[in-house]
Design a protein. Structure first.
Length: 109
């Protein structure tokens, strides 16, 4: 059981890392394509919004791994770390939602 849990933790953390790197590379590619088309100024805000959404997704995976770690060895320090990570993730999600709301209002104007 311990071996399977450790393998799941490593796998989940790896998936999060791949999504994080992919998000950054994809956003750089989008900005590069926009610059090539001469539309960089118009495409920066939507590209930032998509990057923020991808980063929030990438953060979900380390949180899941931390939940599994806390279940495996519940310590006060582990629970505090998990609570801190969830708080940061919540703030990032709210910030991403705020940026998305502003961007939608800009498109409507």
């Amino acid at each position: 059981m311990e071996l399977a849990l450790n393998a799941a933790i490593v796998f989940i953390e790896g998936v999060g890392a791949v999504i994080l790197v992919g998000a950054v590379l994809l956003s750089l590619g989008e900005l590069g394509a926009a610059a090539f088309r001469g539309m960089l100024a118009a495409d920066v805000t939507p590209a930032r919004r998509r990057l923020a959404q991808r980063l929030v997704l990438a953060i979900e995976f380390p949180i899941a791994a931390d939940v599994l770690k806390t279940i495996r060895t519940p310590t006060l320090e582990g629970m505090g770390l998990l609570g801190s990570i969830i708080a940061v993730r919540t703030v990032l999600s709210m910030n991403c939602g705020d940026h998305r709301h502003r961007a939608e209002n800009e498109w409507r104007s």
